[in-house]
Ligand binder design. Structure first.
Ligand code: UTP
Length: 280
């Protein structure tokens, strides 16, 4: 029995940095080359042995549900042609995974979106992927690395990376005690601190493993920065009990919630794909 069975995808945000593209289309459906961001996320969860995909959507996000479903007309149209292979990855996912959805009616922040996901994940530890953080690795995918770590530490885990000190205001930032190489026991965390107030330059990125007590903590945590329910504030309560590990993952993250990060990810991935074609 795998320890983590479900992965939650908070995908209800407005994606305002991508307007007008995200006016009628979910940010999570923006493609890196030909595959939407959310599919990369689902593939990462699946690679970590997780088959239950729990997606928190919102208004205007129906394309996500359609993406992980059969499109009879389209599939009939390309049946027998070489284009069929372009859908094989999506079909494989649909065969192996179950998808459940719920809607966040009011966008009150990431902590709130995770709380809305409680109905889908139940009372067990679960993973969280923010699909707009697109991660690439040479070996194990980031979530696989984290699931392995969970087996050892059995507490909440956040993925971190070093960011330039001047950019701390864009992230949740941790302070912690080094436990072993690349692994910190978190003692403090601050949401979007000004560089001069940041306890370190170790920033939380969009991969988490959370223990289910987080739901009660979120419920009892007042809104934080920008009046939103911040997951960082809830995690701080767990950290104060010594129950949060921060993990400097192996790999590279692209912030595809920003236009520059999205373009970098596209160029990187297209470069890799053309390299592979060249090798054949
Ligand atoms: P972001 O702040 O990066 O996403 O939230 P956003 O609000 O969609 O983007 P901009 O700033 O307007 O361009 C991080 C993640 O949390 C989800 C988002 O969908 C994204 O995956 N989120 C955020 C929710 O699901 N609900 C919320 O209320 C807020």
């Amino acid at each position: 029995m795998p320890t983590i069975n479900k992965c939650l995808f908070p995908a209800a945000g407005y994606g305002t940095r991508f307007l007008p593209a995200t006016k009628a289309m979910p940010k999570e459906m923006l493609p890196i080359v030909t595959k939407p961001l959310i599919q990369y996320g689902v593939e990462e969860a699946l690679a970590a042995g997780i088959t239950g995909m729990a997606i928190v959507t919102g208004r205007g996000k129906r394309a996500i549900e359609d993406h992980f479903d059969i499109s009879y007309e389209l599939e009939h149209q390309i049946a027998g042609s070489d284009k069929e292979s372009l859908l094989s990855g999506t079909r494989e996912i649909m065969k192996k995974c179950t998808f459940s959805y719920t809607r966040q009616i009011e966008m009150k922040g990431l902590g709130h979106a995770i709380l809305i996901g409680e109905a889908l994940v139940g009372h067990e530890p679960f993973a969280v992927i923010l699909a707009d953080d697109y991660c690439v690795t040479e070996g194990d995918a980031v979530l696989t690395q984290m699931v392995k770590l969970y087996e050892k530490y059995q507490c909440s885990i956040v993925a971190i990376e070093e960011v330039p000190q001047g950019e701390t205001y864009r992230y949740g930032v941790i302070d912690g005690q080094l436990e072993e190489d690349n692994i910190y026991r978190v003692q403090n965390m601050v949401e979007k601190p000004a560089p001069e107030d940041a306890p370190s330059n170790l920033a939380i990125i969009g991969r988490y493993i959370l223990t289910p007590d987080i739901f009660d903590i979120i419920r009892n945590t007042p809104p934080g920065k920008n009046g939103e329910m911040q997951i960082t504030d809830a995690l701080l309560a767990q950290a104060k009990q010594g129950k949060v590990i921060a993990y400097k993952f192996e790999g590279r993250r692209f912030d595809c919630g920003s236009v520059a990060g999205f373009i970098d990810a596209t160029n990187y991935t297209f470069g890799k794909q053309t390299e592979q074609v060249g090798d054949k």
